[in-house]
Design a protein around this ligand. Structure first.
Ligand code: HEM
Length: 491
């Protein structure tokens, strides 16, 4: 009898202490909307979570707590919140949350979806290798130009015709990156296979995917809410990468034409001389790094190109202005080069405005706190998932005049110089910001400059006008559209 009373007393004390601690914890967090048990605020999240979060700002402020499918998340809902966390407390906010799907696929041996000291070291190695092969530098211009010339040839065959633009930029953007990373050209059949599956992967890998919330759901037929498809995709990418790494191990050329894989293998070799090779200095982490570049680098650049030419057709006056600038600075007898870019300021400003207005990665990638931290008077615990709402920054009326208007001039000052405010953050900010920014910028500037020099892009007559509505995923993409292509000069 005494024993059962004691047991009840222990359990009740435990429950009371647990409940008090839970309430105190919730109390110290930023405010946010209530939701239903288990699924939280999911039923109200809407088609575009970035817009829903922005809508909650009026009631709850710029830092909000929201529960999505049992995961309590901190949403950074304006520039001040992003600055106070990802910049001012960048170390505390440098983690990545665990997510069942991506963790199973990568084993947290990649860099982009991992955290901790090994991951930070891996990031340094990746940035170092990318710098050495010249990613984002003038020396890689030739490698970029080859696929762009192929693109010009394809478009020339469409003179005075309509062209479906959904896949046209995929090949050049993938080829550019992949050649520099692996020394290989992707075969057309691999390219097509990967691009379809990559699309599906990007839609599935969101933090509040049902399988991330309840891993048991991966057994539900027919394919475990898409889980089986992405696992198979990751296997085919692995099977594709493995022989490439193997070949590099056998044929490593230490003198010329070094690619990313060669340089990473050098680092592994170097480390194994000084101590036993250890993470991230092993082949599994090299595989993870290639996976990151493959996933993070191709979808984003391809989508930015697709947005760019859609904006060109919808805003023909902007297109014309860029062409006038190109005609003046470059002329028609030679192709625009990277050296011309500093003078092609309206072109640069237009790309910046497309990045802002389209908000192509509107919720960035999720972060997590790696230790407890105080921000703006709130106590944020360790291991809390953090969602930076880049869209909320892009459409903040305190930061931009008429943010819904598409106006490249906002990025030019009165002397026509580029004006880049600190809150322009399409590649995010802080210790986990994108490592491919300079490559992506270089690619899109050359693609836009070279194609607008040679062609006019307009909306096809008699077809419904394309909209700027987006297909929602980690990367927001334009809906499929076609454009009418005409050559600007006879030859
Ligand atoms: C228009 C093109 C691109 C955009 C808008 C973009 C945007 C982003 C954003 C918003 C993040 C999340 C940063 C964060 O979590 O704070 C990111 C991460 C990343 N991006 Fe990009 N990206 C682009 C192109 C590329 C390219 C071409 C590469 C490859 C060379 C690349 C590689 C990566 C990697 C590896 C990460 C993870 C960084 C980390 O976790 O530390 N991205 N990108």
């Amino acid at each position: 009898m005494i024993n059962s009373e004691l047991l009840i007393l222990i359990i009740s004390t435990f429950l009371i202490v647990f409940s008090i601690r839970y309430v105190i914890r919730i109390w110290q967090l930023p405010p946010g909307p209530w939701g239903l048990p288990l699924i939280g605020y999911l039923p109200w999240i809407g088609r575009k979570p970035c817009v829903t979060f922005l809508g909650l700002k009026k009631k709850y402020g710029n830092l909000i707590t929201v529960n999505l499918g049992g995961i309590t998340m901190l949403v950074l809902n304006d520039w001040n919140a992003i600055k106070a966390t990802l910049i001012d407390r960048k170390h505390h906010f440098s983690g990545r949350p665990n997510a069942y799907i991506s963790d199973t696929i990568t084993g947290r041996k990649d860099m982009a979806l991992s955290d901790g000291p090994v991951c930070l070291q891996q990031r340094k190695i990746m940035v170092n290798c990318m710098r050495k092969i010249g990613l984002g530098k003038k020396s890689m211009e030739d490698s970029i130009m080859e696929p762009i010339h192929e693109l010009i040839d394809i478009l020339s065959n469409y003179n005075n015709k309509n062209m479906e633009m959904t896949t046209i930029f995929l090949k050049p953007t993938q080829q550019i990156l992949w050649k520099l990373v692996s020394g290989h050209k992707l075969k057309d059949e691999d390219l097509e296979k990967f691009s379809n599956e990559l699309d599906y992967f990007m839609k599935t890998c969101r933090p509040h995917h049902p399988v991330n919330m309840m891993p048991i759901l991966r057994y539900i037929p027919p394919n475990g809410f898409g889980y089986k498809v992405v696992v198979n995709f990751s296997k085919s990418v692995r099977n594709y990468l493995q022989p490439i790494i193997q070949q590099h191990l056998i044929e490593r050329n230490k003198s010329t034409d070094r690619d990313f894989i060669d340089l990473y293998l050098d680092q592994i070799e170097e480390m194994s001389k000084t101590s036993a090779s250890c993470p991230p200095y092993d082949v599994e982490h090299l595989m993870g790094s290639l996976w990151d570049i493959f996933i993070a680098g191709t979808e984003t650049s391809n989508t930015l190109s697709r947005w760019t030419f859609l904006y060109m057709a919808i805003f023909p006056q902007v297109q014309q202005k860029i062409q006038t600038e190109i005609d003046l600075i470059v002329g028609e007898n030679r192709i625009p080069t990277l050296d011309d870019m500093p003078q092609l300021r309206y072109l640069q400003a237009t790309i910046m405005e497309i990045c802002r207005h389209s908000s192509l990665v509107p919720l960035s990638l999720p972060h997590r706190t790696i230790a407890p931290v105080e921000v703006c008077g709130f106590k944020i615990p360790a291991k809390m998932t953090v969602i930076p709402n880049i869209y909320s920054v892009n459409y903040d009326t305190n930061l931009w005049k008429n943010p819904h208007e598409f106006d490249p001039k906002r990025f030019l000052d009165k002397d026509n110089n580029i004006k880049c405010p600190p809150h322009f953050i399409p590649f995010s900010v802080g210790s986990r910001m994108c490592i491919g920014e300079s490559v992506a910028e270089m690619e899109i500037r050359l693609i836009l400059g070279c194609l607008l020099q040679k062609f006019n892009f307009s909306l096809p007559k008699g077809q419904p006008e394309p909209t700027l509505e987006a297909v929602v995923g980690v990367v927001y993409k334009p809906l499929p559209y076609s454009l009418h292509i005409t050559k600007r000069f006879v030859n």
